[in-house]
Write a protein that binds this ligand. Structure first.
Ligand code: FAD
Length: 402
C-alpha cells in the first residue's frame, strides 16, 4: 500500500532505504531469513543493534533526551517499514520497547541514567518475568513473593515462558509485595540481576524445536529496594502501561507484506501438479489475495493509530485489535508457506542454527526447510502478549461497550 508522503518524509524514507542497502550486514540478513523462531538469536540481533546504535537509530522510538531519535510517529513507522522490506531482523523488544519506556516514565533519575544507556549499548540484555505457572491471562493472580528485609527484597517463586532468559543478564519482574488486599494492589515492579545465586533457568523447547522460552526459578534472590521501579504496589499500573506498548509498539503489516511477497515469488517456481506453476492456480491466487487484503486492512489501522499518536492521543484498546489481526494473519501466512512446498514443507529439522557454515542441508530449499518450524512457532502469536480471547474481551469491553 502506498501513502502519499510529504517531500521531507519521502527524503527521510529514502535516507533509511539507502542506509539499509549499505549497512545491513549480509550475515544478519541471511540469519534473519533463516530464523524460524519469533525472536532472532543474539548473534544476529546484537550485531544489528550495534550497527543501528552506531548510527544513532537504535532508540528510534525513544525521546531524544535519553539517546533516542526523537522521530515523529510517521518517521518511526517508515523506519520499521523499510527495515521489514529490507529483510532486517526484528529488534529485540524486551529492553528497547518494553522496559525502557517503563524506566523513563516511572523510574527515578538515577535509574534512567544507569539503565537506559546500557540498553542502547547492548551491555544489558533483558527478559520479561511476568507469567507464572497458573498466572498468564489472569496475571494479577501472580504469586512470586518479594519480602522486604532492610534495604533489600528477598524474592521467591517461579516465572514461566520467559523469552531469552538464557541470554539475559537482567529481568524486569512483577512480584507480590502484599498478599492481603485486592490482588492488583499488592504487585510491585523489580529490576533483577540474573547473574546471582538463587536464579536458575530451565529451557522449554517450542513445538518447532527452538530454545526460545524458559522457566525461571527464584530462590531467596536478593534485590536492592533501589531496583524497584515506582512505588511499592504500583506494579499493576506499570504492567498495564507496558502491555499496551507490547501489543501496539510495532507495525506488523510491512513484515507480513514482505513475507507474502517472498511466498508469491517462490510460487512461480513451484509446480501445481497439473503441469503448470502454483502461482497460476486459481485457489492459490484467491488465498493470496485474501491475505493481501487482510494485511492492507491491518496497515490502514496501524496508520490510523499512528495518526492518533501524532495528535498526542493514546492508542488505547486499538492496540488489542492490531495484536489480534496481526497474530491471525501471521499464522495464516505461515500456513500458506507450508502449503507452498508440498511434502518438502513438512520437513521438521531440529538442528540449529539454520544459517551459517554448519547449517544442515535442506530438502528442496532453505525456505522449504523453514516452513514447518516457522508455522509451529507462530502458533505462539495468538498466545503471547495476551491471548486472542483476552484481546477480544478487551475490545468487547472497551470498544463495543459490551
Ligand atoms: C512463545 C511465548 C513467549 C512468551 N514470552 C513471555 C515472556 O517473555 N514473559 C512472560 O512473562 N510471558 C511470556 N509468555 C507467556 C504469555 O504471556 C502467556 O502464555 C499468556 O499470557 C497466556 O497465559 P497462559 O499460558 O497461562 O494461558 P491461560 O491464561 O491459562 O489461558 C489458557 C486458555 O484459556 C483462555 N482464557 C483465559 N482466560 C480467559 C478469559 N478471561 N476469557 C476467555 N478465554 C480465556 C486463553 O485465551 C487460552 O486459550 C510467552 C508465551 C509464549 C507462548
Amino acid at each position: 500500500m502506498d501513502i502519499e508522503l510529504s517531500p521531507a518524509d519521502a527524503a527521510f524514507r529514502d535516507e533509511v532505504r539507502a542506509f539499509l542497502a549499505e549497512k545491513l550486514p549480509k550475515a544478519v540478513h541471511e540469519g534473519s531469513a533463516a530464523t524460524p523462531s519469533v525472536f532472532v538469536e543474539p548473534d544476529i540481533g546484537q550485531v544489528w543493534n550495534a550497527v543501528l546504535h552506531e548510527k544513532g537509530w537504535l532508540g528510534y522510538q525513544w525521546p531524544k533526551e535519553y539517546g533516542g531519535t526523537g522521530w515523529t510517529p510517521l518517521q518511526r513507522y517508515l523506519f520499521e517499514k523499510e527495515c521489514a522490506l529490507a529483510g532486517a531482523p526484528n529488534l529485540t523488544v524486551l529492553g528497547l520497547k518494553l522496559v525502557a519506556p517503563v524506566i523513563w516514565t516511572f523510574g527515578r533519575e538515577d535509574q534512567k541514567h544507569y539503565y537506559l544507556p546500557r540498553i542502547l549499548s547492548g551491555e544489558d540484555y533483558w527478559c520479561q518475568g511476568f507469567s507464572e505457572p497458573g498466572s498468564g491471562s489472569d496475571l494479577a493472580s501472580l504469586q512470586c513473593r518479594a519480602v522486604l528485609d532492610g534495604d533489600r527484597y528477598v524474592v521467591n517463586g517461579s516465572k514461566i515462558w520467559t523469552t531469552h532468559a538464557h541470554h539475559a543478564n537482567k529481568m524486569f519482574c512483577l512480584v507480590r509485595t502484599d498478599a492481603t488486599g485486592r490482588k492488583q494492589a499488592g504487585i510491585s515492579f523489580l529490576l533483577i540481576d540474573m547473574n546471582q545465586p538463587g536464579i536458575s533457568v530451565r529451557p522449554i523447547l517450542t513445538l518447532g524445536g527452538d530454545h526460545e522460552v524458559n522457566q525461571v526459578f527464584l530462590e531467596d534472590v536478593s534485590v536492592p529496594v533501589s531496583d524497584r521501579v515506582g512505588e511499592e504496589g504500583q506494579g499493576w499500573a506499570i504492567a498495564k502501561f507496558l502491555l499496551e506498548n507490547e501489543r501496539g509498539g510495532s507495525c506488523h503489516a510491512p513484515k507480513l507484506s514482505y513475507d507474502l511477497d517472498q511466498i508469491e515469488a517462490l510460487a512461480k517456481d513451484q509446480p501445481d501438479g497439473r503441469g503448470g506453476a502454483l502461482s497460476d492456480d486459481r485457489d492459490w491466487r484467491r488465498r493470496l489475495a485474501k491475505l493481501r487484503i487482510g494485511v492492507q486492512s491491518l496497515e490502514m489501522i496501524e496508520l490510523k493509530i499512528i495518526s492518533e499518536i501524532a495528535k498526542g492521543r493514546a492508542p488505547g484498546p486499538q492496540t488489542s485489535l492490531t495484536k489480534l489481526l496481526a497474530s491471525n494473519l501471521r499464522q495464516d501466512i505461515d500456513l500458506l508457506a507450508v502449503d507452498l512446498f508440498g511434502p518438502a514443507g513438512l520437513q521438521l529439522e531440529l538442528a540449529r542454527p539454520l544459517y551459517g557454515d554448519n547449517a544442515p542441508d535442506p530438502l528442496l530449499s532453505r525456505a522449504a526447510q523453514l516452513a514447518s518450524p516457522r508455522y509451529l512457532n507462530s502458533r505462539a502469536w495468538t498466545i503471547f502478549g495476551g491471548t486472542n480471547e483476552v484481546q477480544a474481551n478487551i475490545i468487547a469491553r472497551s470498544v463495543l461497550g459490551l
